[in-house]
Design a protein around this ligand. Structure first.
Ligand SMILES: *Cc1c(COP(=O)(O)O)cnc(C)c1O
Length: 355
């Protein structure tokens, strides 16, 4: 059975006539723009902010196309990956009828977005070694399973999944496989973007929020077949990426070298912090990480979390999450922040062992 995107798209989306913006109906050069009810006098800020932004973000896609080695028609940009996630639900999943598969513990937005869209969630928890449970995934998939969400490297466990396992899902599942690569720049694994030619059912998500250091701008990327990208474009709000974000992202894209330096530095500090943490007596395990954070299993995780707060240090408490019992998720900070963290944990040890 071959993959046919038409069988997956919601009927109402297939029939949808998308909103045609002023910038869609005319995008050439003109002297006078009186077509979009903008403020012709200007703005209190930089003068061009009175104009609507490019609804298709063509300049950014052009640059990304070179960096990622994929044509612009395979690129979609969202107001954060979170918008891409929501658009995938809205485009492919019929509320109250369809379902998706997630592999917890994983990124919380898949479930929240499913709930908002009234899509049933089926859970195939990771195995004890944090790898995909392929047999369980296969058992859960039925004719109404539209999406399988695979976060690799995974949040909060930090590991990349076995590449052959992901390929197994891509080869056998008849719906869409979404691989969320938010942390791919910190990983030893390579991206699945180059695999798009082989898999018409693949969507790869990446983001400017992590390695690029631009969480505040809200810019996420989806890479997929031209057919899937076309559907996302139809469903998205016309001007989903604002002018300021587009300009700043373009500037950032000129600084790939600086971003690569930060990635190297963060990975080095991740390795160093993992080493230091693993020498702490109450640390039971520092899980291997392909991301910019460490999942750390530690005695009395919640109490340590509270103590760190009193020192002004906030980490993520994952100790109530299945398979992450007694675990904290710690983002790699600056050199100084990492030192402060280790010092605070040492203080905690002194207090608890001398009591
Ligand atoms: C941080 C993160 C994102 C990023 O979401 P944005 O909306 O782009 O900021 C996406 N997926 C995962 C798994 C993340 O941890």
């Amino acid at each position: 059975m071959s993959f046919n995107i038409d069988n997956l798209v919601r009927e109402n989306i297939k029939k949808l006539v998308p909103y045609s913006s002023a910038r869609d109906e005319f995008s050439g050069d003109a002297k006078v723009f009186l077509d979009a009810n903008e403020n012709s006098l200007g703005s209190p800020l930089t003068k061009w902010y009175n104009r609507y932004p490019d609804p298709h973000q063509q300049q950014i896609k052009q640059v990304l196309s070179t960096i990622k080695g994929i044509a612009p028609e395979h690129i979609f940009l969202g107001n954060g990956s979170d918008e891409c996630i929501d658009l995938l639900f809205r485009s492919f999943c019929n509320p109250g009828k369809d379902n998706v598969i997630i592999c917890p513990p994983t990124y919380g937005m898949y479930e929240v977005s499913a709930n908002i869209n009234d899509i049933a969630i089926r859970k195939a928890p990771l195995l004890e070694n944090f790898e995909l449970d392929l047999i369980h995934i296969e058992q859960l998939a039925d004719a109404n399973t539209k999406l399988i969400w695979i976060c690799s490297p995974n949040n909060p466990t930090g590991n990349s999944f076995n590449r052959a396992d992901i390929e197994m899902v891509l080869n056998n599942f008849k719906g869409i496989v979404v691989i969320d690569e938010a942390y791919i720049n910190f990983a030893r694994q390579k991206t699945f973007i180059q695999e798009l030619v082989d898999y018409p059912n693949l969507v790869v998500l990446q983001t400017f929020s992590k390695a690029w250091g631009l969480a505040g701008l809200r810019l996420g990327m989806a890479f997929a077949s031209a057919a899937i990208i076309e559907i996302l474009n139809k469903v998205k709000p016309p001007y989903n990426i604002n002018q300021a974000t587009q300009e700043l992202a373009l500037k950032a894209l000129e600084e790939v070298g600086q971003v690569n330096d930060m990635i190297t530095e963060l990975v080095d500090m991740r390795i160093a912090l993992a080493e230091v943490l693993s020498t702490i007596p109450t640390v039971e395990k520092v899980f291997p990480s392909d991301a910019n954070f460490l999942l750390v299993k530690i005695k009395d995780a919640r109490k340590l979390y509270d103590f760190l707060l009193t020192k002004g240090i906030v980490v993520r408490d994952r100790s109530n999450v299945k398979l992450c019992e007694e675990c904290l998720r710690i983002t790699i900070g600056t050199e100084q922040e990492n030192t402060d963290l280790v010092d605070a944990i040492a203080q905690w040890l002194n207090i608890t062992t001398s009591a």
